[in-house]
Ligand binder design. Structure first.
Ligand code: KG4
Ligand code: ZN
Length: 344
């Protein structure tokens, strides 16, 4: 508290460049987003059907200064107004991460502001604090993105227990691969979501994998192969197939597993506050099914707006604020850590 009694506002500049979005944001007290600028590279990567790491790094370099300047301008603030510079330092593509980390270190050094390295998944989870001002730990969060599928108990701010993870493909990766197989563009998740609305989710029974002895873990390579086999089988027999039915049935299988495992963990760990995060949390069927499952059990359900589910820097500012308040500080030797584990 300040002498006058009012609480000091903590303002952070947050930077995110772990994959194919160059993003910067100004966030106050972890929940109040003053600006959130995203330069998406999707249009270039779409030409190649997925993210090309070299192109991503180069694009980040071209865009990062402009994106940071825009974030400050929109918030009507300057580097000197910041209490900390927060940046994603892993997990992600090493060349892409290095661009954000390099920019953050330069600003931290030049402006004399503390540097806080943030875990990307911690960022996804923290998007829920922005969208739901009343949400406080403990809660259970399903994080489903292009690179990760985790079930995480958030014990407290900055305290994470990973209870489930994918054994192979991430949920978003499965969406992207199946979309490609049925001739849809990249990223595939939104395309499948759209096409599934025209199809019958009960048309085809695709497998829902569970792993013996690890009831909260996920495996999506089986359902992906089943879709490919189904398409190949139809082609070999000269039978017509409906892309919309495949999209709807595949989506039902993946959403079913994500929801069932989350509900099982909630029951086993006696947690009645459930959140979802990551790009796949944009999925309309997942949002509906999780809401219904939570409603049926009397659990509270939290979710970010779709813009805060996919990669952005506001979520890094939310996570970075709580890390900063917990005393996390990094030196100018901070490096990108492509395989950074949650809780390290
Ligand atoms: O969180 P994110 O932007 O990046 C990573 O950290 O990976 O997630 C991107 C992933 C992609 O795989 C994309 O296909 C998926 O999220 N996604 C969706 C939807 N919107 C994005 N998956 C299913 N349904 C959607 N509506
Ligand atoms: Zn992400």
């Amino acid at each position: 508290m300040r002498p006058g009694g009012e609480k000091k506002e903590i303002t952070v500049l947050a930077i995110e460049s772990s994959c194919d979005e160059t993003a910067a944001a100004v966030v106050v007290n972890g929940r109040d987003v003053r600006s959130n600028i995203i330069a998406s590279q999707i249009d270039i990567h779409r030409l190649y059907g997925g993210v090309v790491p070299e192109i991503a790094s180069r694009r980040h370099i071209e865009k990062i200064n402009q994106v940071i300047a825009e974030a400050l301008a929109e918030a009507k603030q300057s580097f000197s107004d910041m209490d900390a510079i927060c940046v994603t330092y892993g997990p992600g593509l090493v060349g892409a991460l290095l661009v954000g980390v390099g920019a953050a270190k330069a600003i931290s050094y030049a402006a004399g502001k503390p540097l806080v390295g943030v875990h990307h998944i911690e960022g996804h989870i923290s998007a829920n604090y922005i969208a739901n001002p009343e949400l406080e730990p403990p809660f259970l969060c399903l994080v489903a993105s292009g690179g990760h599928s985790h079930l995480v108990i958030v014990r407290d701010y900055g305290q994470y227990e990973v209870r489930g993870r994918t054994r192979d493909d991430a949920a978003g990766e499965a969406f992207d691969k199946v979309a490609r197989a049925i001739g849809l563009g990249y990223p595939g998740g939104p395309e499948i979501d759209r096409l599934a609305k025209e199809g019958d989710p009960d048309a085809i029974e695709f497998p829902r994998a569970s792993i013996e002895g690890a009831p909260y873990d996920f495996s999506f390579s089986g359902v992906k192969s089943a879709v490919l086999n189904y398409i190949n089988g139809c082609r070999m027999k000269g039978v017509n197939y409906s892309e919309a039915d495949i999209a709807a049935s595949f989506q039902r299988a993946v959403v079913g597993v994500l929801t069932d495992h989350t509900m099982l963990a909630a029951e086993d760990y006696h947690i009645d506050k459930i959140a979802i995060a990551g790009g796949v949390a944009c999925n309309s069927a997942l949002r509906e099914e999780m809401r219904a499952a939570c409603g049926a059990r009397g659990y509270s359900f939290y979710l970010p707006t779709p813009e805060l589910c996919t990669d952005n820097a506001a979520m890094i500012g939310a996570a970075g604020y709580y890390d900063y308040m917990n005393g996390v500080r990094h030196g100018l030797d901070l490096n990108a850590v492509p395989a950074l584990k949650l809780g390290e």
